[in-house]
Ligand binder design. Sequence first.
Ligand SMILES: [Fe+2]
Length: 376
Amino acid sequence: MVKKIAKELIVFLSSAFFLLLAAHFLYYYLLVDVFSFLPVFPFSAIVTFLVFSFIAIFIEKFLVKRFDNDYNRALYFIVAIWLGIAWQSCLIYLGLAIVRFLASFYWLMSPEIFAGIFFLLTALLSWRGFYNAFKIRFKNIALEIENLPDFWVGKKIVQLSDVHLGAIYRQKFLSKIVKMVGQTGAEAVLITGDLFDGTDGDFSEAGKQLLKMPASQGVFFVYGNHENRLGRLGMLSHLTGTGMELLDDRLVEIHGLQIIGISFPEEGTKNFNLAEAIKSLSGFDPQKPSILMFHEPIQFEEVSKIGIDVYLAGHTHYGQMFPFNYLSNLVYHGFSKGVAKFNQLTAIISTGVGTWGPPCRTMSYGEIIVITLLKK
Ligand SMILES: [Fe+2]
């Protein structure tokens, strides 16, 4: 077993090493082209920068996981920002290179103009991405549920997903979220996984913020794939004393409304059947109104057939950066953000509050979903 894990780790590290190396070589040629307006190409400066970039990207994840301190978090943040800029710059370069080629039949774009547009657009697109990654907006949804108990009629619940607390999003970001949730007057807060990013560390300050989450009927939470990555036991230690209720494959009934939490399957789980997992929960009643919390937006049709009224999911981040929004839509059959109806079931797929990897969103923004419950 240990041998198998070691073998997999070596394969993973060597592929990451060579992929990263190849990406840096390609980026070198991109920079050669962009800087062609200079009389002398700044070879040493560029190569030094790329060598630092290669080493930093390769080691920062291990460093921040192993030693959670300000220096490693700062390195992690710088690398994440650089990855965001690098990705935007590649897209801009590709687009510009195509325009330059097509225009070359009529007009030759000078290297100065090419470089000028390249830097300007890269800066604008990266800025938009970083701004959206830290800007949180409300998304209001009015939701009709059959047989909704009188207690809940007109009341609000909040969905938070994919906060990704870790090396980048910390207590300040969480404090902003808690304040915003407070403005909604919600009765309950439902956190649909990936509250933690997966890098361990001291989350005691974040815990204090979670304790302040205002919701008279409770704050509920399910595991996402990143909590599995962090390790569920480690995760639980961060939640202790926060007043949050973990719904790890179980449900609670509050004033006649079932709130169901199904954990993201552990790695290696095959043929996961969400509807069966719900049906097997003790106390589940298909006749009573229900809200399901499951991290990933899957198997909507099947879930709609067992009497679930609302399915809250996240996970997709709507791809975060162009063109991954298309990929995310492809993987989730067009349901990677927003609201969708399946018979009586309403599925709500959050684009998340925080981000994974580079703190960069060019195709969406962080959202807090405020749902007003109404009777059908
Ligand atoms: Fe996530």
